[in-house]
Design a protein around this ligand. Sequence first.
Ligand SMILES: C[S@@+](CC[C@H](N)C(=O)[O-])C[C@H]1O[C@@H](n2cnc3c(N)ncnc32)[C@H](O)[C@@H]1O
Length: 326
Amino acid sequence: MDKNKLFITNTGKYLDDYINVIEKDDSNKKYDMVWNLISEPTIENKSLNEIYVNNFIEKIEYGNDFLRVMLYNFLQILKPDGILRLGCGEDFEQNKKIKAALKDYEFNNVEICKYDQTIYPAKTTKPPVKKGLSKLHLGCGTKYFEDWINIDNNSDNNIQKLDINFDLRNPLPFPENSIDYIFNEHFLEHLTVEESRRALLDFRRVLKPTGKIRIAVPGLEGVLNLYNDPNWKEAPVMKTFGFDKIIKTRAEMLNINFRAWGHKWLYDREELERRLKECGFGNIKFCKIRESSDPNLQNLETRDESDLIAEAEKIDFDNTFFTDAV
Ligand SMILES: C[S@@+](CC[C@H](N)C(=O)[O-])C[C@H]1O[C@@H](n2cnc3c(N)ncnc32)[C@H](O)[C@@H]1O
């Protein structure tokens, strides 16, 4: 008999009737599946009778986007009359927050009980939408924006504050048409051209029909201008990083820009515009640093060397034509 109940636990407890899920591979525990709860579930949509989360939910703060994405994922895989069962602790304040969150996220009949008794029937599958504008700051690095959802895979392991630790080469854990703004700075050039094409298509997917993206990268033109400048070593960007002391030749400078820091693909205006258009963005505007006609997109750049900045809007398009383009 196929199991249609999920048990999520970190304690090592194993329930025979359930598909037992743990967050991270652990050879000391018996489990059936590893799932971090915020990446896209590999379980079929609307297939589960029950999700039972034990000794876990109380550790998540309400308002944390992790909770939001997790509940959304649960709603996707639960049957419309499925049940979310939470083993809450006795922290009354925290339980109150969880209760409020579950109500926000369209779980009905919420009742908090002690220990493992709590049962939350999930009656609707309306996706959880954060109150106010939903804004994604992608590849945020150490630059945390307070009213944005800050996402990065923390590749250098140096990020102290992050909302979602996530590899942006995967589909974003948000429903389509749910996000108002996307911003990224010095991120896109870290993806191969194929990865960026898939990512841009997915960014478009999650944006609302009125949604906008702003992309800031180190532009190829600036790099080539530097190469052709007899006084290239005196340029502010060379001084900023102390490169004027380290880099000996213009060829070295050029190669570093293409290959160092994990750079995979550099853009000039023509290339960025082409890639955006191919991925269903229109009304493309090139902007000066920190300037925008949209107040939500003003003063976002954190780096003076962001010298190629584009804003674009989600438009209707048929992406089948570009399926094989690279
Ligand atoms: C040059 S840093 C820029 C960080 C920040 N935006 C800034 O301007 O300081 C590039 C960032 O992209 C992130 N990044 C690169 N590839 C990524 C991926 N596949 N998924 C998520 N983040 C990624 C890195 O972890 C890093 O924090």
